[in-house]
Design a protein around this ligand. Structure first.
Ligand code: PLP
Length: 393
């Protein structure tokens, strides 16, 4: 079965655009223009030149020798941690800001949870001289002060969302409200493969530069484009979608998606959406999400802020549904151990999100001749405080 999006934005049973009528014009404008713009030579030239000279792409595909020896396979790390601002998120914000400019927009809004997407958005707004407003839950602003200040240094306005639990979903609601009131001059940059169509596919295509590069780099190093396994962590699923994209329909490549099990799958404190979730609508698309019997969204938990999301992008819900993806869930504690292990084995301190993907290497069955590409989505600088609190090193 071919993995692809249909005209209405569905991957199998999941996706679509479930939005209030007031948002229809904004979404239609984007849907009717994004492909034409993305496929134009002018767009491609600007996108690739910024990816190269500003983001620092191509990111290396690094053969992790000591880790390979330890786990008995050939393990390559795709070094998204070396991107400007420390993670893959900037691939998407660069793409969307160029798109916004071509659509004649003057102002950018975004939502952010831990602040990583907010920082990546504030960065590209500074780069392009665009006005930037980032909505962030008041509780998250308190928890993530350094990122709030980073956004402010970059010239963005950070607006607290004071409704509900004052976290990511409330910030998203606030951003959507603002978009409805300012449709003509404003573009809303969503940070993962979530939201109403066309966002999930659009974001995946901006991130697909990851697997495009892996193919070339693996060809140089191994004489073939396809590894046996690709492993990536999944919050909303954008780094995983980018790493899987050009392999969706290469049947010989196993796609391994790693979610956060938090304190344990049955602890009530996790973000293991595919295991615990049921179909529902979240932020404009039909997907799997963690919810109560009567459909209330359950607050997720993960030690890594980037995986702390109650849903999953519709493409991942589909990969799970049809069995194309293999899904694992890793506990806080095992991710922390894996993060410290990579630091000692390879001299790379990973983001705690990425450490979930690393920990899954212990769980996945593979052969010693297998080539594994693990997408190292980000670096651990932002997580220093969590590492320090955790201790044990
Ligand atoms: C935000 C983030 C993630 C999770 O987001 P996805 O959309 O699932 O990729 C993973 N890793 C890092 C380093 C992040 O900053």
């Amino acid at each position: 079965m071919k993995i692809e999006v249909d005209k209405k934005g569905f991957y199998g049973k999941f996706g679509g655009a479930y939005i209030p009528e007031m948002l229809q014009p904004n979404i239609e404008e984007l849907r009717d223009n994004y492909e034409k713009i993305m496929e134009s030579e002018e767009f491609k030239k600007e996108f690739h030149s910024l990816l190269q000279d500003y983001v620092g792409r191509p990111t290396p595909l690094y053969y992790a020798k000591r880790m390979s020896e330890k786990y008995g396979a050939k393990i390559y790390l795709k070094r998204e941690d070396l991107c400007h601002t420390g993670a893959h998120k900037i691939n998407n914000t660069i793409g969307q800001i160029i798109l916004a400019k071509k659509l004649g927009k003057k102002r950018i809004i975004a939502e952010t949870g831990a602040g990583q997407h907010g920082v990546a958005t504030a960065t590209v707004c500074a780069l392009m001289g665009m006005d930037c407003t980032v909505y962030m839950g008041a509780v998250d602003m308190e928890r993530q002060k350094p990122n709030v200040e980073r956004m402010r240094i970059l010239g963005a306005e950070v607006v607290p969302a004071n409704s509900g639990s004052k976290t990511l979903k409330d910030a998203t609601n606030e951003a959507l409200r603002q978009w409805i009131s300012n449709p003509v001059d404003t573009h809303y940059i969503i940070g993962s493969v979530v939201g109403p169509h066309p966002y999930p596919e659009m974001v995946a295509r901006f991130q697909s530069v990851i697997s495009e590069e892996i193919k070339k780099q693996l060809k140089e190093k191994e004489g073939k484009e396809n590894p046996d396994l690709v492993i990536a962590c999944v919050g909303g699923g954008s780094n995983a979608a980018g790493a899987f994209y050009h392999y969706y329909n290469e049947e010989s490549v196993r796609l391994i998606a790693v979610e956060a099990a938090g304190l344990g799958i049955s602890s009530g404190k996790s973000a293991a959406t595919t295991i615990l979730g049921k179909p529902g609508v979240l932020h404009g698309s039909k997907t799997l999400l963690m919810q109560t019997e009567d459909g209330q969204v359950v607050e997720p938990h993960s030690i890594s802020a980037g995986l702390d999301y109650p849903g999953i992008g519709p493409v991942h819900a589909h990969l799970f549904d049809v069995g194309r993806g293999e899904f694992f869930a890793v506990k806080d504690e095992d991710a922390m151990k894996a993060g410290i292990e990579l630091s000692r084995l390879e001299g790379i301190i990973p983001a705690i999100e990425s450490a979930h993907a690393l920990a899954a290497v212990k769980e996945v069955k593979f052969k010693s001749s297998d080539i594994i590409v693990l997408n190292l989505s980000g670096r651990g600088d932002k997580d220093l405080e969590t590492y320090i609190k955790w201790g044990g090193y």
